[in-house]
Design a protein around this ligand. Structure first.
Ligand SMILES: *Cc1c(COP(=O)(O)O)cnc(C)c1O
Length: 514
């Protein structure tokens, strides 16, 4: 295998063959490395630049772009796509991320011209169907959560958290209680919770978790004071447990004049079964890309609508859809609005269509069943593996995730990271590692409702075999993993801290003529 000047393995001269990968996983070079800069896949007429209006800014040198024929370009991207693990190619057991199947029906609906070919600035009379779709989605979200208002526009869970906490801040200010500067965040929270509170200028006060992984109402009461603006609590929590005292916690928080922000990223475990509004929440984001099967990974696009209680609904942002005298209308401004808007236009239209399609195709009973199946699948994994792995919180049945710690690996010389890498060699994406932070060497596994018993069994067989191997002292299989992937163990910290974002042409590659 050759290396380029940056030390990156390159497959120059090996198009369609394999430099270091196995036959079906070619080591794919960059477009620039395979494309011949002298050629192009299309015939374009010569351009006469003699009479341009670029004021002397016309390019003097040729664009150094790779020219490929259509089949070459197609093969390049298809081969690249095969280097990725995806939910369409295998089980993706990441906990906390909820990688579930994205039904093709959702995609078909999202491509209907009435949804995909419209523009946010079109006259509302021409987009009544799209507004009705948003209206229906809002209705489903409020009904499933028993809440008074919803803001569809946030573009991710973290964005929704920010909006929900902005609404809480505005509500506290409206009550003349701007002096409340503390937000309580349980130790097991997702990192976005303390980040959101800190971003809004709040002081984050951690609430310790109990030994059983849940939040103690007494610890919350002890932390509450007239300075506390809100609590941010995840339910089911990031340990995969339903908070047994959530109602008492909500009551104590309200009695202290604070609001209850619920991180609803795990709503897929309880949708159609529990309505968070009944538990006393004031604001909650819903990750459509986790709960309602819209695609995610690779950075988006997600959608994080926020539902709001009666007390917070006056602080909802614009825009929103409302019934007007001449049909549905998009309200862009309201008198005395507290927050204005949090995104250009109205958010991720395509995700709304996909989420509503998932809801309508399941029906209310089907959504409850999907949640129950997700919980059943996680408990099945836990039940099949708990004799070989170590369960940090054995007192409760789990919700949608099975959580193990690394004490079963003690003295094996194998770490959680090694174990996860070995899973790659077996054809599975690794589980979530080292999160939640309250669990040592955590392995967090979320099968979702997508997986069949057959797939779960295969996954459990592999996990069991790996655990047995690790305990038998075969640490090489783990510390050297992955051995069958196109790339071996990467320096992930260095890749994150010193990313190489620019490709430099190695001296031995031909360059476009000046
Ligand atoms: C995924 C997740 C978030 C953040 O959601 P994004 O859509 O990724 O911004 C917040 N909290 C929890 C518990 C999550 O799992």
């Amino acid at each position: 295998m050759s290396m380029n000047t940056q030390g990156r393995p390159t497959g120059v001269g090996t198009v369609g063959t394999s430099a270091s990968g196995s036959a079906l996983i070619p080591d794919e070079p960059l477009l620039f490395e395979i494309g011949d800069t002298e050629h192009s896949g299309v015939d374009l007429p010569e351009v006469d630049l003699g009479n341009n209006r670029l004021g002397g800014f016309a390019r003097k040198s040729k664009l150094d772009l790779a020219g490929l024929t259509e089949p070459e370009a197609m093969r390049h991207y298809v081969r690249l796509s095969r280097l990725n693990h995806s939910i369409d190619s295998g089980m993706y057991p990441l906990g906390s991320c909820t990688m579930k199947h994205n039904p093709r029906l959702n995609e078909k609906m999202a491509r209907l011209p009435g949804f995909s070919d419209i523009h946010p600035l079109q006259p509302v009379s021409t987009v009544q169907g799209a507004l009705e779709m948003m209206n229906q989605l809002s209705h489903w979200l409020m009904t499933l959560t028993n809440t008074a208002a919803v803001a569809l526009s946030p573009k991710a869970g973290a964005h929704g958290e920010l909006l929900g906490m902005m609404a809480i801040k505005a509500a506290q200010e409206a009550k003349g209680e701007a002096h409340r500067t503390i937000v309580l965040v349980p130790e097991s929270a997702h990192g976005t919770n303390p980040a959101t509170a800190a971003f809004l200028g709040y002081t984050v006060k951690p609430v310790p978790a109990r030994d059983d992984g849940t939040v103690d109402v007494e610890a919350v009461k002890a932390a509450l004071s007239p300075e506390v603006a809100a609590i941010m609590l995840t339910n089911p929590n990031t340990c995969g447990l339903f908070e047994p005292q959530v109602i008492e916690i909500a009551q104590a928080v309200h009695d202290a004049g604070a609001f209850f922000y619920c991180d609803g990223a795990n709503f897929n475990a309880i949708m159609g079964v529990v309505r968070p509004g009944d538990l006393g929440i004031d604001a909650m984001h819903i990750n459509l890309h986790k709960t309602f099967s819209t695609p995610h990974g690779g950075g988006g696009p997600g959608a994080g609508p926020v539902v709001l209680s009666e007390a917070l609904s006056p602080f909802a942002p614009v825009p929103f859809v409302r019934q007007g005298s001449a049909g549905l209308e998009m309200v862009e401004h309201i008198e005395g609005e507290a927050l204005g808007r949090v995104t250009a236009f109205h958010g991720q239209m395509g995700m709304y269509v996909r989420a509503l399609t998932y809801m309508l195709s399941h029906g209310a009973d089907g959504l409850a069943q999907a949640a129950q199946d997700a919980v059943l699948n996680a408990n099945y994994i836990k039940a099949r593996l708990e004799h070989l792995f170590s369960v940090p919180f054995p007192d409760y049945p789990t919700m949608h995730e099975a959580l193990f710690d690394d004490s079963f690996l003690k003295e094996t010389g194998v770490t959680t990271l090694d174990f996860a890498k070995a899973l790659i060699d077996e054809g599975f994406h690794p589980m979530t590692m080292y999160f939640p932070l309250v669990v040592h060497g955590a392995m967090l596994i979320e099968p979702t409702e997508s997986e069949s018993k057959q797939t779960l069994d295969r996954f459990c067989d592999v996990m069991a075999e790996l655990a047995t191997e690790a305990k038998a002292g075969n640490s090489e299989r783990f510390t050297a993993a992955p051995m069958k992937a196109p790339r071996r163990r990467l320096d992930e910290t260095r890749a994150a801290r010193q990313p190489i974002l620019r490709w430099e042409r190695p001296a031995d590659l031909p360059k476009a003529a000046e």
